[in-house]
Design a protein around this ligand. Structure first.
Ligand SMILES: Cc1cc2nc3c(=O)[nH]c(=O)nc-3n(C[C@H](O)[C@H](O)[C@H](O)COP(=O)(O)OP(=O)(O)OC[C@H]3O[C@@H](n4cnc5c(N)ncnc54)[C@H](O)[C@@H]3O)c2cc1C
Length: 290
């Protein structure tokens, strides 16, 4: 329970943080809210020689609509996202997600950027951001680059971030009119990681047909799962019972969960199916209500 030795750095600006990361490369780790990194260090699953704490870097915590996107600063804490009025009114899937991450104490420290950068398929934001078609901004020595979330998760605990990059922003396209989303999670007890969870973001046409569907699954494989076949199946269809059932079946078929204390493969896949169907209904209801 005691981390290995490391040098602690507390840069006061983003260029300083990036410079430190570039100097130490693979030997350094970014520390943000510490809610995943500290357990990792204590269990000695990683023993970086340098820890670069971005907690004192200004300008990385914000939530704002700008240029057709909701922009979330990489160090924005879950508690801030959860309470934000624009998020609650216009991006309810995000508010759903933040509200079921861990507990209020963790959410006061854990950041949205850290939730993605950790690359844990059990984390809740990846599925939601996949459903929303989000991108992240990674800032390194050569400046900033955008990475679509679809290309971000490379393997378990592995992302497209380079060792010298800080995840500085998440960009979520502003949903068109008649859009709605929902995130539903099954957990053994409040604060637990998901046994299964489904994120659905829909845009409906004037006749109620699906114009765009985004579906993400949590804890359903070595990386967060984007249920592409189900998304394609939904395009142009009205959401009657049969269509919802088939889309949920296709989404569950994309899941390849591990058996563990939370359940067997069959149980988790079945829960992914049930939660996708429920999230589709909730997302459609929210889309209709806009
Ligand atoms: C008791 C408990 C319960 C939890 N339950 C849940 C849950 O239900 N759902 C859930 O999704 N998560 C859960 N978590 C995990 C945790 O909340 C998330 O992983 C958290 O959001 C990580 O954010 P952080 O800012 O604390 O990241 P840190 O712990 O500081 O960092 C995590 C990783 O991401 C990297 N990193 C962080 N920020 C950046 C950045 N801006 N740029 C580049 N790299 C970065 C770090 O180097 C590290 O590798 C739980 C954690 C605890 C302690």
């Amino acid at each position: 329970m005691i981390p290995g030795p490391f040098d602690y750095h507390a840069p006061r600006s983003l260029p300083e943080a990036v410079e430190l990361l570039a100097r130490w490369g693979d030997e350094a780790k970014v520390l943000s809210g510490g809610q995943s990194l500290l357990p990792v260090l204590k269990l000695r699953l990683a023993s970086p020689a340098h820890v670069v704490d971005i907690g004192r870097v200004p300008g990385l915590e914000y939530v704002k609509e700008e240029g057709g996107f909701l922009k979330v600063g990489g160090r924005t804490r879950e508690a801030v996202l959860e309470r934000n009025e624009v998020v609650r009114a216009e991006y309810p899937i995000l508010a759903d997600t933040a509200a079921v991450i861990a507990d209020p104490i963790v959410r006061n420290l854990a950041t949205v950027g850290g939730n993605l950068a950790h690359g844990d398929p059990a984390n809740d934001h990846p599925a939601t951001m996949l459903a929303l078609g989000a991108r992240v901004v990674a800032t390194g020595p050569k400046g900033a680059r955008e990475i679509p979330l679809e290309e971000f998760f490379k393997g378990i605990f592995t992302t497209a971030l380079r060792p010298d990059e800080v995840l500085t922003e998440i960009r979520i396209p502003k949903p068109a009119p008649r859009s709605g989303g929902a995130y539903l999670k099954l957990e053994r007890k409040v604060g637990d990681f998901a046994t299964a969870a489904a994120a659905v973001q829909l845009t409906l046409g004037p006749g109620g047909e699906v114009e765009r569907a985004g579906i993400g699954l949590t804890n359903a494989g070595p990386t967060p799962v984007k249920a592409r076949q189900a998304e394609r199946f939904l395009a142009g269809k009205r959401l009657d019972d049969a269509v919802i059932a088939e889309a949920a079946r296709l989404a569950a078929a994309a899941a390849s969960p591990n058996p563990d204390r939370r359940g067997s493969v069959e149980y988790k896949r079945e829960m992914a199916r049930v939660l996708t169907a429920r999230a589709l209904r909730k997302a459609a209801a929210r889309a209709g209500g806009r």
